[in-house]
Design a protein around this ligand. Sequence first.
Ligand code: ARG
Length: 679
Amino acid sequence: MKKLFLSLLIATTALTASADEGMWLPNQIAQRVKDMRAKGFKLSAKDIYNEQGASLKDAIVLFGTGCTGEMVSPDGLLLTNHHCGYGAIQKHSSIDHDYLTNGFWAMNRSEELPNPGLTVTFLERMEDVTERINAGESIAEIREKASEGGKYSIRIEPMYYGNQYMMYVSKVYKDVRLVGAPPSSIGKFGGDTDNWMWPRHTGDFSIFRVYADANGEPAEYSEDNVPLRPKKYFAISTQGAAEGDFTFVYGFPGTTQEYLISDAVEYTLNRANPAKIHLRTLRLNVIREASEADPKVRIQYAAKQAGIANAWKKWQGESLGLARLGTIAKKQNYEAEFQKWAANREEYAHLLDSMRAAYARNEEDFFRREFTAESIFAIELVKMARWCGANSGAVNDARKAYIEAFFKDFVPAIDRKTAKLLIAEYIKSIKALPAGWKDEINARGGVDNYVDYLYDNTSLLTREGMTAALTDKTTLEADPIYKLYERFSGREYSSQGSIISRLPDIARWYKPYMKALREWDSKRAFYPDANLTLRVAYGKVTGYHYADGVYHRPYTTIDGIIEKDNPEIYDYNIPQSLRDAYATKNYGRWACDINGRNTVPVAFLAANHTTGGNSGSPILNAKGELLGLNFDRTWLSTMSDIEYDPEVCRNISVDIRYVLFVIDKIGGASYLFDEMNIK
Ligand code: ARG
């Protein structure tokens, strides 16, 4: 008995939500506020979320479909990360107007650049609709009622795998203009070399402005639109935060899976991650070679490259972290303890067995789909063929714009080479190939010749050909690339997302499993996994032990940028204006004293539980003032989507003083400060 108790204790404490783990629902933050205040928070739950009046949540937006942004002026000025605005900046860039390299600064409102397709979403209110759903009301019905005839956009999201449902009532603004972005050598300083790493010196911010119609309502882009007057915007603190100070991050974390069973972690660690990492390595090598040979190609492939490399590197860190923590074994122990409790409860006794069987039954098919998504559907022309099939019809303005955008940044030779590598890999790794495919490849004389045949004979390589394929089904269906796509269009190959545990056949077991865990492990502080809904995380500014004998301090400064500066290395080649500002100590009011040195703080660490989607999120002090923008996690944190380790997990933010310094001294856009509340 004593032994059992002890092992139970070990199993649960190891996985118990500790101080800084957790992403909490804003309308339920009252349950956390006592803990937050004990750690230094100075505001109330109502300051975070309040349906009766303006609160901090009204200053936060979902930026695009996967980042966070925040309002910093009464005239709709918005801050987010450089890497969140990157796609928009890149689309406005060419060799002649190279905003990626040189940065972009509107010097007045008429110079701001519109971005068709880019939206920002403000949360009006959220509501627990679990009881309505359990009482049989349909999701469609609930949505219909809440949307008030299309005025609001409605999302209903399961929490705890469907043990709870939350409805989100939002307004989506569609006129979002680019105001400023630093040169990539600041906004992406350190590039993929420093990505997911500390110490960090990236000025990862960009500036936009939200426009609305005369009534402050969402409207399509129009010259008549006016800057949105948000219900709330953040005050900016230039006081910084010291090690140990309370902070919180308020934003839209995308996906975490903290309650997975060990089988899922095994699949990720032993199967999915290694395969996906390898496929992306192949793609990145081709892009890197072509970019090094031609600066035009570097601009064209910059956004694609960054996207591919980001997850590629993260998966590598995640695999190392899961192995280091022994997550699989820990989960197995936890499950064994759970099973002892569940064994004599009819409702739960066979739950784990059912879950294991579900993984076993789905794994092979899921792996094939995931592999296909990372290979066949990673071929750009195959993606375009699929798009043509799905959008066939007259070439209207939207389709024309899509084709133009595609060709602006498409290099056929890169895609051809990538296709050869990915298809060869596919044939090596996947057993269940589409019927007849292998024969066709062999008949053409092997993979390389087959791919050459595809690219020599497709009509999709030109705008005219693409247009013809769109308007005429027979042309499309005769196209060899489209034929390749068709082989993979069936359910056996086309992906249902990249998360195995979300397959309905598996996910359905997590609902009772979560319910059971909350009964059994009742001391654990359960928070719902991230699902791109608004959350609050909180933690202190703090360093961490990186390795034996190596402590990472939680601050970096402009001095560190100069130490890394190297004109020979692309990722570390800073603009001359930054060197000059450093040489003359032209820091303005953005400097502070660090260890007796007069310097500009650049980035800082805190123990907030964050993930992808939290990019651009405000990191706030105890009074809710803006200290900086969250943009990354450290290398030892990358597994925190699956297991959070409070000892080492840290989020990385760019210090608002560095942001203001760059706007001022590099961008010469200090006129923007007039509309901000800088303290
Ligand atoms: N790792 C950060 C995030 O997940 C930043 C990514 C952008 N930077 C890059 N070098 N690709 O979004």
